[in-house]
Design a binder for this molecule. Structure first.
Ligand SMILES: [Zn+2]
Length: 159
């Protein structure tokens, strides 16, 4: 389904689209957030401890990707939200590994999107997304990358 069709849906819908990742949305929070080490929720620092939104108390937090990416298909632009495990799979590098590399290179700035994140930009991807009309959000829940899968999908749904 094309992006222009998805964003007029009335109900929360899971669908597949082929689109290109164009660039990152440079938000205020940067390319990762401090997550819980027992679940994927965000932690806040409180009385020397970290507490996540599911009420896990933890001593250490782990960085996780949350990336808002400008995506373009044949005729429409939108912002897709990629969560941690999907983007890690996409670029083959966990948030923690990437952050550690940057810290070692003295370049750890959450607001500066590091170059390895760019490796998937400007390529066609088959992306499985959930559209949440209530929030106007497009959340990525999976993807496939490869000429064959994209060609199959294009043949199935000619534009
Ligand atoms: Zn948690």
């Amino acid at each position: 389904m094309s992006v222009s069709h998805i964003i007029i849906l009335q109900y929360e819908t899971a669908t597949v689209t082929v689109a290109k990742l164009e660039k990152f949305e440079a938000g205020k929070s940067g390319w990762y957030y401090q997550g819980c080490d027992q679940c994927t929720k965000r932690v806040t620092h409180k009385d020397g401890k970290f507490l996540c939104y599911a009420n896990h108390e933890t001593q250490k937090h782990v960085p996780r990707y949350k990336l808002e990416v400008h995506v373009v298909d044949s005729n429409h632009k939108a912002i897709f939200i990629f969560w941690d495990s999907d983007y890690a799979k996409l670029i083959g590098k966990s948030t923690n590994n990437l952050k550690t590399e940057l810290v070692e290179a003295g370049e750890d700035d959450p607001l500066k999107f590091p170059y390895p994140l760019d490796s998937m930009l400007n390529k066609d991807l088959e992306i499985r997304i959930v559209y949440q009309p209530k929030y106007g959000r497009l959340v990525v829940v999976g993807f496939r990358y490869g000429e064959d899968s994209i060609k199959n999908l294009r043949d199935q749904f000619p534009t």
